[in-house]
Design a protein around this ligand. Structure first.
Ligand code: FAD
Length: 407
């Protein structure tokens, strides 16, 4: 169980899958629900509690304790691609947002810059009441409490929450995104930043998402009856350069070179990648600098154990990248290998670290990302047309339709 920001046990207990075994168990338990039941129930917001109409795999997927490919494979094997289509589409939103942000890194850096500037000034009126859940808007205040106490909000609640923040409370979307990024156990640079921009009407330009009091009352079974919600949405000013940049091409891994394997919260199941099976790993390391809270520490500890056992190399926690480079040199390593770090804090830290002479940083990029990201240049719906081909390329076989064809 995760402790709340105050260090007390949360009022609501919420078990996140923060090890690979827990992610596999969560996936296995959810598979019977991942088909038509998910399509029918995924938007029901039953209130704080187990949220069992959705998978609650995001904390594990975000850190790749389990990969999108593994989850897609299991869902298709259990449900078939047709019945599993709604779940697979949601899964691909994660891939899409990552691929889009990779090609618009300025959006991430501008958001960080705006947050620093906004928090350096006097915080806007209403900000304190919003983050304390004292706005008097019943649904909003309850979602603030749930987010703070559990580290999770249902996707539909996240949409209402962001919309009320921006359009009813008139607060900068950047500060709302910073608040949820700080509290979500699945906090993800791409999904969080770009979902906030989507609600604001900046991502799908001119199409903001306006929360509606009646819809909230209906979807929550009358639990909430919010009053005073905005009835129009004025899209905030765009503060980020729109031009895209080419995808970054990382230095490839040399499997025969003596290696320090650096695990980060960006990819914690590298041992499942056959391309790395023969990697000459001398040491496995994780860096405290890359942990933003207890969830990262738990997930990295699990990743370290598995990697150390798989490659037969000792594992170590280190404070920062200086210590990682020193450990690599002490082991006679010529390269540090890590999972590809998409736009976000880990990539920022790696990009700004000057490696000592004789040591290279190589990133292992998964085929799933390599194939999908070039299609993440426009909206989600043009991207979604590629989903069948992407699944086929990942050789995610639709056993249900094979069975149907052969019976
Ligand atoms: C304002 C806002 C902020 C968000 N911030 C984050 C964030 O920081 N981290 C994060 O992982 N997700 C974020 N999301 C997306 C989504 O809300 C969560 O991924 C989802 O609620 C996680 O719960 P689940 O695993 O039970 O999802 P399920 O419904 O079971 O979906 C399965 C998986 O599909 C992916 N997925 C589903 N919906 C989305 C979506 N809309 N966007 C991207 N991926 C999706 C996730 O990997 C999820 O685990 C945000 C959405 C909004 C509207």
């Amino acid at each position: 169980m995760l402790l709340s920001a105050s260090g007390r046990a949360p009022i609501l207990s919420f078990d996140f899958p923060l090890s690979r075994a827990a992610a596999e168990a969560r996936l296995a338990a959810f598979l019977p629900e991942a088909g038509r039941a998910y399509a029918a129930r995924r938007n029901a917001e039953a209130g704080p509690g187990p949220h069992d109409a959705v998978s609650r795999l995001s904390a594990a997927l975000r850190r790749r304790l389990i990969s999108e490919e593994e989850v897609a494979r299991a869902v298709i094997a259990a449900q078939g691609a047709e019945a599993g289509a709604a779940f697979l589409r949601e899964l691909f939103w994660r891939t899409y947002w990552k691929g889009w942000l990779e090609q618009h890194p300025a959006v991430w850096h501008d958001w960080r810059g705006r947050c620093a500037a906004l928090t350096g000034e006097a915080l806007p009126a209403g900000y304190a009441a919003a983050v304390d859940g004292r706005t008097g808007i019943d649904a909003f205040d309850a979602w603030v409490r749930e987010l703070r106490e559990t580290g999770y909000l249902h996707n539909w609640a996240r949409m209402q929450f962001a919309s009320i923040w921006i359009f009813t409370l008139g607060l900068p979307w950047e500060l709302g995104a910073a608040f949820s990024f700080a509290h979500l156990v699945d906090a993800d640079p791409a999904s969080n930043t770009l979902s906030w921009r989507w609600v604001a009407g900046l991502q799908t330009q001119g199409k903001p998402y306006l929360a509606d009091a009646q819809r909230i009352a209906a979807r929550t079974g009358g639990r909430f009856r919010p009053v005073g919600l905005a009835t129009r949405a004025d899209v905030p000013r765009e503060t980020s350069a729109a031009a895209g940049v080419p995808l970054r091409v990382p230095l490839p891994v040399d499997v025969s070179a003596p290696t320090l394997l650096l695990l980060t919260p960006e990819d914690l199941s590298l041992e499942t990648e056959t391309a790395l099976a023969e990697l000459d790993v001398r040491r496995v390391a994780a860096c405290r600098q890359h942990c933003s809270g207890p969830a990262d520490i738990a997930a990295l500890a699990d990743g370290l154990q598995r990697a150390a056992a798989y490659w037969g190399a000792p594992a170590v926690w280190l404070d920062d990248l200086d210590a990682v480079a020193a450990a690599a040199q002490a082991e006679g390593c010529r390269q540090i290998v890590t999972g590809y770090a998409p736009v976000g804090p880990v990539a920022d830290s790696l990009a700004s670290f000057p490696l000592p002479a004789g040591l290279q940083l190589a990133e292992h990029q998964r085929g799933w990302d390599q194939r999908a990201w070039p299609h993440c240049t426009r909206g989600f719906f043009p991207f979604a047309k590629h989903i069948p081909a992407l699944l086929a390329a990942a050789q995610v076989e639709d056993r249900q339709s094979v069975l149907a064809e052969t019976s």
